[in-house]
Design a protein around this ligand. Structure first.
Ligand SMILES: [Fe+2]
Length: 478
């Protein structure tokens, strides 16, 4: 039963409904103005179709991927959107969920004729993040099937490269010195391993480090400092045999094979990026996070900042049906947590840097990733609402001094704020803009919001002719 106010206005729920239309608009209606120096393109991916025929895609992370492109120039904003024509999408056009998604199994009937065993293949539904690899643009999910696409037409161009494992991250880092992507995978097999690797282009890949693991953790992202790669293995873990059985029998989709085992604590694995040696393994309190914010070295100390939860129940909160019923309360969202790891003795100190809800965190990545930094931007939950209302504000936190500001407009639901630095030489860390796709829950349409990153004041907004379902990540390419 919906509350009365949701009858009069769609609210956040429209962000969890399918968008079928694909458009190209030369110039979006613009209120305010955008800086003249902003002349690049914001590309984003996210789920946009939440059912195939009568079958629901069950989790927010399962929706079929759509690419969105906002291009800036001459004071105008153009826009285009297109479903990513992956194999998963083409099968869905035929009415079938053909691949194993995060929390949705494929249609069992597909496998009846071909085999007695149910053998779901991983999906190429790249709805999580995107990046550039050499000259190519690549959309990613957490399977080893990243899909290249044309940034002009948004056409899919097939699998871009093959990560060396079974479960991948959609949050690779970029090493500007070697111009490589650095990422990790979990390899499932008789001997399970975490593997950190570098990908220079479609064909050139090198292994940086490996570590054997008995029950792999679910990890969504990782951290890189100038010298180290850090995996935070939270105690949401899977028995590999249970995973294989769960998928093969159709008993449990991917993530439902994982179990929360707080008694394991969080294990921080610190690898030397140069020779791949395990510098140390450090025990911390049991936590869960999707997103690392940043990490850096300070003498013999390693500082690791995360958008952390007390447990992994947020994964369950993000099933579409459950989200449509009610949003998580503000207290359910992540907080900015700092681990200080003494590398030479097995000691980890933990500090909550702010009690303000923070998800989808972004920093001044190009200048600050792996180095000391001050500001993190993210989506959050406004504390003054009468009732929980999904992610409904943007926040800026100062890791040295707590809260640094927020942007909030009743009835608006902003997504990940992408920081774009201004071209000024010797600029301040927060001299730039934030780009966020915001759902206007009052008229069920979205707009691209441009904020001044220093003050969080609005510079402009460009209205899109439809709603954009809640997405995850995007990148600005100048
Ligand atoms: Fe993510």
């Amino acid at each position: 039963m919906l509350e009365p106010q949701t009858v009069s206005r769609p609210g956040y729920r429209v962000g969890l409904t399918t968008l079928d239309s694909e458009v190209e608009v030369d110039s979006l209606p613009l209120e305010g103005s955008i800086p003249e120096w902003l002349t690049g393109t914001l590309l984003r991916t996210g789920p946009a179709k939440f059912e195939v025929g009568e079958q629901p895609l069950r989790h927010w992370f399962d929706g079929l991927a759509m690419l969105h492109k906002f291009s800036f120039g001459g004071g105008r904003v153009s826009y285009a959107n297109r479903f990513l024509r992956s194999d998963a999408y083409r099968q869905a056009e035929q009415g079938q969920i053909a691949y194993s998604e995060f929390a949705t199994d494929p249609c069992r009937s597909l496998f009846k004729r071909a085999a007695t065993l149910f053998r779901p293949q991983p999906t190429d539904n790249c709805n999580v993040n995107l990046t550039r690899l050499g000259d190519e643009y690549v959309a990613m999910t957490e399977t080893p099937l990243p899909v290249a696409f044309d940034p002009e037409t948004l056409d899919a161009l097939g699998v871009a490269f093959t990560p060396p494992g079974t479960h991948a991250t959609a949050h690779p880092h970029h090493d500007p010195e070697r111009d490589e992507l650095i990422a990790y995978v979990t390899h499932f097999g008789p001997r399970c391993e975490y593997r950190i690797f570098a990908q220079r282009d479609r064909n050139r890949q090198r292994r940086i480090a490996s570590a054997r693991v008995r029950e792999p953790a679910y990890m969504h992202s990782f951290a890189l400092t100038e010298r180290y790669a850090v995996l935070a293995a939270f105690p949401l873990v899977v028995n590999p045999l249970r995973l294989a059985t769960g998928l093969a029998t159709g008993a449990r989709p991917f993530i439902e094979n994982y179990e929360w085992k707080p008694e394991l604590g969080t294990r921080l694995l610190v690898f030397d990026r140069e020779d791949g040696a395990l510098r140390g393994e450090y025990a911390a309190e049991p936590r869960f996070a999707f997103h690392h914010v940043n990490a850096f070295e300070r003498g013999s100390e390693l500082v690791l900042d995360l958008a952390a939860y007390d447990d992994a129940s947020i994964v369950d909160s993000l099933y579409v049906e459950r989200l449509r019923e009610a949003p998580p309360p503000p207290s359910a969202y992540a907080r900015l947590l700092r681990y200080r790891v003494s590398l030479d003795d097995p000691q980890v100190e933990e500090e909550e840097l702010s009690d303000v809800p923070l998800e989808l965190p972004r920093i001044d990545y190009r200048e600050r990733n792996g180095r000391p930094y001050r500001y993190v931007y993210g989506a959050g939950a406004h504390p003054d609402g009468d009732a929980p209302d999904f992610l409904d504000q943007l926040v800026k936190l100062d890791v040295e001094g707590g809260e640094a500001g927020a942007w909030f407009e009743p009835g608006s639901y902003p997504g990940e704020p992408v920081f774009v630095p201004s071209p000024e030489p010797d600029r301040a860390e927060d001299d730039g803009v934030l780009l966020s796709v915001v759902l206007d829950g009052r008229d069920a349409r979205s707009y691209l919001l441009v904020l001044d990153a220093a003050s969080l004041t609005e510079l402009g907004r460009a209205r899109v002719p439809h709603h954009i379902p809640f997405g995850f990540h995007g990148q600005y390419f100048g």
